[in-house]
Write a protein that binds this ligand. Structure first.
Ligand SMILES: Cc1ncc(COP(=O)(O)O)c(C=O)c1O
Length: 368
């Protein structure tokens, strides 16, 4: 049985980062982007960690992508000077964004007239991407609407705005199981974006670049003709969702949560660990994953593999409920459903190599 976790003498819950696997994933995606002929601008929100971003930069990543202004500030303070913030620009953060844009190249993203109007009213110069809905239907302009041309024209004609191009996120690749299905979503994204660029250029507006990306699409896409840049994030760690989608194997997952069994009452058919929603998040994982899991238990040994029989079936704030009884005190490693959200629950990575703890890296999850 699982007497797992290699006797790490660590408090639980702790977030373990396997540096061998991390480095392999970073090198593999860098090679993939190069083979596909696109610039890699990784999404740093997955790790929020300066050391990981430096490793990506060493593998020819070009700048980075952030999900919050606070993340952008942390990376700017560490010397990164080309940052895309692809959240449709919150108008409440314009002043803060402008302050940062004076220090580094901050590329903001819009998909509406009010956001463009707010930037036009500013005296500062801005780099602006126009977000296009490539099929995910979360944010972005409808690529077939007249608004696509109107908004591109507004950005292009504004004296203080530099039009960077068209940006998309293929989040619907998370609904596509298997390589073929993910490749189809990736190709849909590519085609939508190339067609949108053609429509705008036919109206006489130059589109300098196309930026796409998600991990399930990037790991499956067959070609990226017409695309300039990709922004995958999750690939540095992967997680159980990516395993279920077929983006990676369990042995490619770099992040796990070390936890210990804290309750297993006599006669109980379950046990409780000290990793709940505030260590793993409540992400339900891939929709089609069977059986349903809130976190898979890893078996001991290298390369990593799933125990297969033991998993978390429910989480509350600090409790995780296992589907079987396990003696109190047993340490287990859990593969999270969503590594980005699990990392955002912790202040630091406990970095391991070959079963030894060798470093601790800070997670920059500060908020305003
Ligand atoms: C706008 C945007 N770009 C890129 C990504 C990276 O996607 P992934 O984490 O699947 O690699 C995300 C992830 O949510 C995103 O929201």
């Amino acid at each position: 049985m699982i007497d797992c976790a290699n006797d790490f003498a660590l408090p639980t819950p702790s977030l373990l980062l396997d540096l061998d696997v991390l480095e392999r994933n970073i090198a593999a995606m860098a090679a993939r982007a190069a083979a596909l002929g696109v610039r890699l601008r990784p999404h740093w929100k997955t790790h929020k960690c300066i050391e990981v971003a430096r490793l990506q930069a060493r593998h020819s990543a070009f700048g980075g992508t952030v999900s919050t202004l606070e993340e952008a500030r942390a990376f700017a303070d560490a010397g990164f000077d080309d940052i895309t913030w692809p959240l449709p620009l919150p108008l409440t953060r314009l002043v803060d964004a402008r302050t940062l844009a004076r220090r580094v190249t901050l590329r903001v993203v819009v998909d509406s007239e009010p956001a463009i109007a707010a930037l036009v009213r500013e005296s500062a110069t801005w780099h602006v991407w126009l977000k296009v809905d490539c099929g995910y239907h979360r944010a972005g302009v409808d690529p077939d609407a007249d608004a696509l041309i109107d908004l591109a024209q507004r950005i292009d004609q504004a004296p203080h705005l530099t039009f960077d191009g068209l940006l998309s996120h293929s989040g619907h690749a998370y609904r596509a199981v298997g390589r073929e299905a993910r490749a189809a979503v990736a190709e849909e994204e590519r085609q939508v974006m190339v067609d949108a660029k053609t429509r705008i250029e036919d109206a006489g507006i130059a589109v300098p670049a196309i930026s796409v990306g998600s991990t399930p699409a990037m790991t499956a896409v067959e070609h990226l003709e017409g695309v300039d840049e990709a922004r995958p994030g999750n690939y540095v760690f992967f997680d159980h969702t990516q395993v279920a989608l077929g983006s990676c194997g369990v042995e490619d997952c770099a992040l796990s949560v070390l936890t210990s069994v804290i309750s297993c009452p006599p006669g109980a058919d379950h046990a409780v660990v000290d990793a709940g929603a505030l260590a793993l998040s409540q992400d339900p994982g891939a929709r089609l994953a069977t059986p349903r899991t809130m976190g898979e238990v890893l078996a001991d040994g290298s390369p990593m593999r799933l125990d297969g029989a033991l998993r978390l079936v429910s989480l509350s704030q600090e409790h995780g409920v296992l589907n079987r009884p396990v003696p109190v005190g047993t340490k287990l490693r859990i593969l999270p459903n969503h590594s980005c959200l699990a990392a955002a629950c912790f202040d630091q990575y406990t970095c391991i190599r070959g079963g030894e703890v060798i470093d601790r890296w800070q997670i920059r999850r500060e908020r305003s």
